[in-house]
Every structure is written in structure tokens, then in C-alpha cells.
Design a protein around this ligand. Structure first.
Ligand SMILES: Nc1ncnc2c1ncn2[C@@H]1O[C@H](COP(=O)(O)OP(=O)(O)O)[C@@H](O)[C@H]1O
Ligand SMILES: O=C(OP(=O)(O)O)[C@H](O)COP(=O)(O)O
Length: 478
């Protein structure tokens, strides 16, 4: 990993050996002026305590300068728990194992699984019984293609033990498996979103899930912006409820990077979750100097401007919002760039016919699946002027080679800028997968496991999955 602001990894590791394991988790910003250190690798087996060190170092630096952190409440960390707290205990661990799978149910990017390993290993090495829960995708009820079964071999490989899998999330069969669980063993529950009660944050469902365990660890940063039963609801029934190492590391890094970014500060927003992310743009206009839009996001903006978009992805109920966002950007002097050309397809398939057209000339029956070469050039020129970039959402359907060029070009540009010292933050399951695919993940400043979560943090919103955790002890006066 090339480094910009951080000390070499070996040095970090040596210093970390003497760092406090029990440093409190911050729910919001670190001290103003504290430059974020380069994110540490998610390598399985990496000492999870390294994560704590980043925050400790920043706090120490700001204390030395006499600066003051944004007032925040510290949260208790899994690192605060010792073998005395964990030996023989059933620990419910909420991870975000929402990884991309191909049509044959193969994992195409395992970043989120690797990122979850340090917390699980810490618990196992302290004699706990781990009950692992996650969602995968957005199933409507029980849907076999969203089963967590394909994750078991990789989890087992990374943990070095055979992970057991339950066929359900709650109920007598799961209770039996939990009762039979040995110390140092892991039981993976089935996709928690197979129950509609999960997303409704149903208290009865949360209570049943919580009844499987003695304590709760939330390590699902990617889902921390959702107030769901397995992220927020269970904390009402399980004490202690603490933060995992990944959640802690993400917050420590992102708070530092985005509360006081080096400017000019650019955000790139794409992907397909238009309704979840279009609202974020309003707040980004308050924070960013440059906003680049790509992916499925753009067609709602085109349509709002009266352009024809063929059969491209559009959120009809967001047209007014798109219009007002364009006006707001203008009024605020933020450079909001929409692609000037797009690559269109005659069907949503890897072997679709394709052509490059101006954004104003998408014919009926065709859909935009990537940004075009002129747009890539314009975006790259804009990015050349920046010092901090946060990117969430691919520029196109990068899973199909024909429509991957825009995303890959932006990934390469960010890698080039990162090597020159620009802070580059990539967030989101698919965005990270795209950066991994291009082979440039290692040179980025921070690979975040949460797209929507990192954007909401950037907005200054509190993440319900973090707020619900137990408060820790304030060990430093910043
Ligand atoms: N123009 C487009 N039309 C439809 N889907 C798109 C388009 N551009 C990108 N996508 C899809 O967006 C998905 C990722 O979106 P999203 O989940 O919002 O990103 P992330 O996981 O990085 O947060 C990818 O699967 C990609 O194929
Ligand atoms: O993939 C995720 O979010 P992201 O695409 O914003 O990174 C998380 O697993 C949350 O999924 P959700 O947006 O279906 O709640």
C-alpha cells in the first residue's frame, strides 16, 4: 500500500501493541484538523486492536494541540470485553455479509466477509459462542437465491473452523442449534430479511432474536443507517450491546476524513439505489465543492430536465426533488456535473447491442447503462482539481463488460490521484467490488464497507445502529 498521511503499516502495528484496547468509540467527529490515517487492511487474522489505534492517535494529537472534538458520546467496544465477560457466553453478532453473488451463487467480492472476521475471531479466542446474523439483498419473504448458505465455505475458510448454518433465524430448531453450540464455535443464522419484521424493526421479532444470546455486538457498518430489528431492536433486550471492531474503525476513519475534509472536496454518487441516495445529494451540496453523478441516478435528473430517457432507470416520484437539487446546486455555486454522453443498450443483458449517444438523445426502447467517454474525460478533469473524494455507486452496470468502462475509468483515476496524495474513500458493496475488480483497492485511502451508511455519516446524520449501543467510558478529555 502506498501511503500518504499514515505511518508505514509495520510502524502502526508496533505502536498499536501498546495502544489501549478499550478506547471508546466515537459516534461523530474527531478533532478538527486531525487528518485521517490510511485505513488498515481487512486481512483475516489482522489484530483488530489496530483499528482502535487510529482514533487513539488522532485524539492524542488533538489533545496535544489543545483542540476540541465535536461533542460526542463514546460507545462501548467489543474490545472492552475480556475473557471474563465472554467465556461461554452466547454473543449475537450483526455483520453486513451482503456480498455480491453471480448467477451461480459464487461470491464475486468477499470484502465484507473479510471485514467481519477480526471481531468474530476476537470473540472466539475469548471463549464465546458466536451467533452470526446478516441480511443478503432485499428479499421479499423467503427467497432461496438470497440464502446465506453460499457464504459458509468462505467464512469457515477465513475463520479456520467449520461454521454451522441454521435454516431459520428464530424458532425451536435454531434454539436447539444454539444450545448445542460449543465455546469457540460459530452458528450462522439464515438471512434475517426473510422475516418482514426485520425491516419493520418489530419488537417481538427483535425480542425473539435477542433471546438466542446473552450479549450483542453490532459490526454491520454497512447497515448501521437502518433501524432494523437486528441492528437497533435487539439492543433493547441485550446488555451489553457493543460496537465491533469494523464498525469502530469505519466511524473513526470517516468521522476524521469528512468532518474536516481537505478541499476541494468532491463526491461521486452513482449506482441503482436512487431513492435511498438521491436525498443525500441535498446534504452533499452543503459539504462538497464538486458533485459528480453517474449510474442509474442520472436518468431521474435528465427526465426532470425534460429529456427523453427511453427505458432507463427512473424514479418518477423523485423528479421534483431532482429539479430542486439542480437549482440548489446552482444557487450554492456547487459544480454539479451530469454525464454529457451515455452508453445505451437495447436490453438489460451482457450481450445487448450498445451505442454511445449524447445524454439528450436516448431513443425509445433503449436504456442507459454506462457513462460515455466524453463524460469520463470531464469527470477526470474535475477530479484533478480535488484533494478529497468520496465515491459511492458505480457509474454503470459494471458487472457487464460492455458497460464497465465508465466505472473502471473512474476507479483508475481515483487510484492515480490517491498515489498523488488525494484522500480517496470508496463506499458500498458494489463500488468496492468494482474497485477490487480493477485491482486498485489497495491504493485507495479507505475502503468502506458501507455506501449508504458512509453517505449518511457524511450528511452528519446519526446512525441508528450506532446510537442504540451502550455508552462507554470517556477516557480522554479532548
Ligand atoms: N445505469 C444503470 N442502470 C441500472 N443499474 C445500474 C446503472 N448503473 C449502475 N447500476 C447498478 O447499480 C448497482 C450498484 O448500486 P448501489 O447498490 O447503489 O451501489 P453500492 O453497492 O456501491 O452502494 C450495480 O449492481 C450496478 O449494476
Ligand atoms: O449494501 C448495502 O448498502 P450500500 O449498497 O449502500 O453499501 C448494505 O448491505 C445495506 O443494504 P440496504 O441498502 O438494502 O439496506
Amino acid at each position: 500500500m502506498a501511503s500518504t498521511a499514515a505511518p508505514p503499516a509495520a510502524l502502526v502495528a508496533r505502536r498499536a501493541a501498546s495502544a489501549s484496547v478499550a478506547a471508546p468509540l466515537r459516534g461523530a467527529g474527531l478533532a478538527a484538523g486531525c487528518q485521517p490515517a490510511r485505513s488498515l487492511a481487512f486481512a483475516a487474522g489482522a489484530d483488530p486492536r489496530l483499528a482502535v489505534h487510529v482514533a487513539s492517535r488522532c485524539r492524542a494529537a488533538s489533545a496535544a494541540r489543545g483542540t476540541r472534538a465535536v461533542a460526542t458520546m463514546a460507545k462501548k467496544s467489543v474490545g472492552d470485553l475480556t475473557a471474563a465477560d465472554l467465556e461461554g457466553k452466547r454473543v449475537l453478532v450483526r455483520a453486513d455479509l451482503n456480498v455480491p453473488l453471480d448467477d451461480n451463487q459464487n461470491i464475486t467480492d468477499d470484502t465484507r466477509i473479510r471485514a467481519a472476521i477480526p471481531t468474530i475471531k476476537y470473540l472466539l479466542s475469548n471463549g464465546a459462542k458466536v451467533i452470526l446474523t446478516s441480511h443478503l439483498g432485499r428479499p421479499k419473504g423467503v427467497t432461496p437465491k438470497f440464502s446465506l448458505a453460499p457464504l459458509v465455505p468462505r467464512l469457515s475458510e477465513l475463520l479456520g473452523i467449520e461454521v454451522k448454518k441454521a435454516e431459520d433465524v428464530i424458532g425451536p430448531e435454531v434454539e436447539k442449534l444454539v444450545a448445542d453450540l460449543a465455546n469457540g464455535a460459530v452458528l450462522l443464522l439464515e438471512n434475517v430479511r426473510f422475516y418482514k419484521e426485520e425491516e419493520k424493526n418489530d419488537p417481538e421479532f427483535a425480542k425473539k432474536l435477542a433471546s438466542l444470546a446473552d450479549l450483542f455486538v453490532n459490526d454491520a457498518f454497512g447497515t448501521a443507517h437502518r433501524a432494523h430489528a437486528s441492528t437497533e431492536g435487539v439492543t433493547k433486550f441485550l446488555k451489553p450491546s457493543v460496537a465491533g471492531f469494523l464498525l469502530q474503525k469505519e466511524l473513526d476513519y470517516l468521522d476524521g476524513a469528512v468532518s474536516n475534509p481537505k478541499r476541494p472536496f468532491a463526491a461521486i454518487v452513482g449506482g441503482s439505489k436512487v431513492s435511498s441516495k438521491i436525498g443525500v445529494i441535498e446534504s452533499l451540496l452543503e459539504k462538497c465543492d464538486i458533485l459528480l453523478l453517474g449510474g442509474g441516478m442520472i436518468f431521474t435528473f435528465y427526465k426532470a430536465q425534460g429529456l427523453s430517457v427511453g427505458s432507463s432507470l427512473v424514479e418518477e416520484d423523485k423528479l421534483e426533488l431532482a429539479t430542486s437539487l439542480l437549482a440548489k446546486a446552482k444557487a450554492k455555486g456547487v459544480s454539479l456535473l451530469l454525464p454529457s454522453d451515455v452508453i445505451i443498450a437495447d436490453k438489460f443483458a451482457p450481450d445487448a447491442n450498445s451505442q454511445t449517444v449524447p445524454a439528450s438523445a436516448i431513443p425509445d426502447g433503449w436504456m442507459g447503462l454506462d457513462i460515455g467517454p466524453d463524460s469520463v474525460k470531464t469527470f477526470n478533469d474535475a477530479l484533478d482539481t480535488t484533494q478529497t473524494i468520496i465515491w459511492n455507486g458505480p457509474m454503470g452496470v459494471f458487472e457487464f463488460d460492455k458497460f464497465a468502462v465508465g466505472t473502471e475509468s473512474i476507479a483508475k483515476k481515483l487510484a492515480e490521484l490517491s498515489k498523488k496524495g488525494v484522500t480517496t474513500i470508496i463506499g458500498g458493496g458494489d463500488s468496492v467490488a468494482a474497485v477490487e475488480k480493477v485491482g486498485v483497492a489497495d491504493v485507495m485511502s479507505h475502503i468502506s464497507t458501507g455506501g449508504g451508511a458512509s453517505l449518511e455519516l457524511l450528511e452528519g446524520k446519526e446512525l441508528p445502529g450506532v446510537v442504540a449501543l451502550d455508552e462507554g467510558v470517556m477516557t480522554s478529555k479532548l
